[in-house]
Design a protein around this ligand. Structure first.
Ligand code: ATP
Ligand code: MG
Length: 403
């Protein structure tokens, strides 16, 4: 196969390839960018593989960064772009089911393609657009099939994360997992316990955001991979309906809040749950606020305070998620949010410093209490955000609590 028209991203990177080949080495575009181009999908990052060793690559370019030099990866900086060039390599060892004990640089493209996970990811393309396909990847792309390169059981034994990747690609591309590959996942799902949760997390979130996410969920269940995913394992009867239900999620916060609502994980349980997934603190906080808001939307009257605490982006994301949950759709809540008098505490027309200067309160815990009170009153619309009125309200409040 030869691609006649290369996407702009490849054209821009062509000088990198030609510089390497002019020096007598081989160089190819590899991995996801080749796959996605043939599928007519937008590409994220252009990865390059080469027979040149890292030191040889570095000699050919002015600006390089050793991003992963021990694995053979050098980043080449070119007109504000960074291109990762990785030396052809084989991997061996895998004694812990996750990373190779040893990588060996080789001069042969074939050996490099052999270590790759799936046939559709084991394609290489040269500067002229000629595709090298040693494992039937083009046929599998055409047939919409995810198939391991080589013996699937052995490949998942080498690196158990590949099992999650298979389901992730199936969801993103709306492809089927080839029977033997799927069988190998089902019989070895337990190997997932060997993999760091951060890596599983990354694949799982991509899976849930895929165009065929419900198919992804179905495969997590049928392969038993779900048994090693925190929160899902304990709630398979709540999870199962998702396999037959359409949902479209646009970011990680939407993924987790949708799942929490579906699985019956409450706002107060979100933090413990997401920590098991090694989720970043900011995401834990946002998801907690979104689940809180969705819970209120479901069963109570939404107050100004509920919206204020969530913040605009979380309100937007919660609304997006609510479309896929069996609950009222309330786009009016965004207008409601936009009419809040303040959206942040610092927008109060009086500060803690001024309250002290006016000798209404001295520094200490009461000051925080007074400010929180003013914040709640202003957000609720019970008190206008005007300095004189805030001072008066603060005075009355201090009197009240010191009785
Ligand atoms: P994406 O569009 O999500 O970036 P990708 O196919 O580029 O998809 P990456 O994780 O960026 O996926 O990996 C780049 C390439 O490296 C893959 O296409 C595959 O050839 C190879 N690869 C990545 N992870 C593994 C793995 N665990 N085992 C074998 N090969 C892998
Ligand atoms: Mg990639």
């Amino acid at each position: 196969m030869q691609l006649k028209q290369l996407p702009e991203e490849f054209k821009q990177a062509l000088p990198i390839l030609t510089t390497i080949t002019a020096a007598g080495f081989e160089a190819y575009f590899v991995g996801g960018s080749v796959r996605d181009t043939i599928l007519n999908k937008p590409i994220h990052d252009v990865d390059i593989a080469s027979s040149a060793y890292p030191a040889e690559v570095k000699n050919l370019f002015k600006k390089t960064v050793d991003t992963g030099i021990q694995h053979g990866t050098v980043m080449i900086l070119d007109h504000g772009h960074g291109y990762e060039v990785t030396t052809f390599r084989t991997e061996s060892g895998y004694q812990d089911y996750r990373r190779p004990d040893q990588v060996t640089f080789v001069r042969s493209l074939a050996e490099d393609l052999m270590r790759r996970d799936f046939t559709i990811n084991a394609l290489a393309m040269n500067a002229k657009g000629v595709v090298t396909d040693l494992f039937g990847g083009l046929t599998d792309l055409n047939d919409h099939v995810i198939k391991a390169v080589g013996d699937p059981a052995a490949r998942f034994h080498e690196d158990a994360l590949r099992m999650m990747r298979a389901v992730r690609f199936s969801s993103q591309l709306n492809f089927q997992i080839e029977a033997e590959t799927k069988q190998a996942i089902a019989s070895q799902a337990e190997l997932l316990t060997k993999i760091a949760m951060e890596r599983i997390h990354e694949e799982f979130v991509k899976l849930m955001m895929g165009q065929a996410a419900s198919q992804g969920v179905e495969q997590l269940i049928s392969t038993k991979l779900y048994q090693y995913l925190p929160g899902l394992n304990e709630r398979v009867s709540e999870l199962r309906p998702l396999a037959d239900q359409k949902f479209e999620l646009a970011n990680e916060n939407q993924v987790w809040s949708f799942l929490a609502m579906t699985l019956g994980i409450s706002a107060s349980q979100v933090s413990d749950w997401l920590k098991k997934w090694k989720t970043a603190n900011k995401i834990v906080k946002d998801v907690t606020e979104m689940v809180q808001l969705l819970t209120v939307i479901k069963s109570q009257t939404v107050s100004n305070w509920d919206l204020y605490v969530a913040g605009r982006q979380n309100v937007l994301d919660a609304l997006a998620v609510s479309r896929w949950l069996n609950m009222p759709y309330r786009p009016d809540l965004l207008q409601h949010y936009d009419q809040l008098v303040i959206t942040q505490k610092k927008q109060l027309t009086i500060s803690g410093k001024e309250l002290m200067q006016n000798q209404i309160v001295t520094a200490g815990p009461v000051l925080g209490q007074v400010l929180s009170y003013l914040e709640q009153q202003v957000v609720a619309g019970d008190l206008a955000n005007e300095p004189d009125l805030l001072v008066l309200a603060a005075k009355n409040y201090v009197q009240e609590i010191s009785k």
